[in-house]
Write a new protein. Structure first.
Length: 216
């Protein structure tokens, strides 16, 4: 029993060390992200203080989440880490918050590619694109729009597109959590068809914060 408890403690400590692998500050994403990690970055003024901020999306290469196929291809099943850094006078970035388990990790039959963007308005767009290589003809992409207000990032809009790879049928649903309206557009990626557009009202709810739940 003691051995099992000690193993759990050591495992938890290892996970904690992994979670802190991104540096707390730096002058660029290259200084913040460990060497060998895949990463994307976005720069812009998120908190409206006139100083550019940094968002980092990093994929670790911890060996316990790597798997090699018989043909030598290496899967990276490590989940993405999202971190927000506020810019400081002098050109340094200081980590404000780090988010883990926001996206479903890759598997042998499915994968996710995530894009991040800071818009000219200072909102943060996060777009996970999930792809299934077997068992489904469907693919989907959703863009979540967050705005920094009242000391945190709140979800103010979401746009989701689902497409069938065999028929080209597409459905795009846009939700605005400031006006509480939903737009639904039906289209086809392979052929010209008349778009069908409908509008509906959403039930008002408290705005969700970034990190309240995963992004799928």
């Amino acid at each position: 029993m003691k051995t099992s408890i000690m193993t759990l403690i050591l495992s938890a400590c290892a996970l904690g060390m992994n979670a802190q692998a991104l540096k707390q500050q730096g002058k660029s994403a290259e200084q913040i992200v460990p060497k060998g990690w895949e990463h994307k970055e976005a720069v812009g003024d998120l908190n409206k203080d006139g100083i550019k901020d940094l968002v980092v999306l990093a994929k670790p290469n911890f060996k316990e989440n790597m798997q090699t196929r018989d043909d030598g291809y290496e899967y990276n099943f490590n989940p993405y880490i999202l971190a927000i850094y506020f810019g400081q006078e002098g050109g340094n970035y200081q980590q404000w918050k780090q988010y883990e388990d926001m996206f479903m990790p890759d598997s042998e039959w499915s994968s996710v590619d995530v894009d991040i963007e800071i818009t000219e308005r200072g909102t943060l767009n996060i777009s996970p694109d999930y792809f299934a290589s077997a068992g489904s003809y469907d693919t989907s992409q959703t863009t979540y729009t967050f705005r920094f207000q009242n000391g945190d990032f709140y979800l103010i809009g979401k746009e989701s597109t689902e497409m069938s790879r065999n028929t080209g049928e597409m459905t795009t649903v846009s939700e605005n959590y400031l006006t509480w309206k939903r737009q639904t557009v039906e289209d086809n990626a392979f052929e010209e068809v008349e778009k069908k557009e409908t509008w509906s009202k959403l039930t008002k709810e408290p705005l969700k914060k970034l990190g309240d739940e995963g992004l799928e």
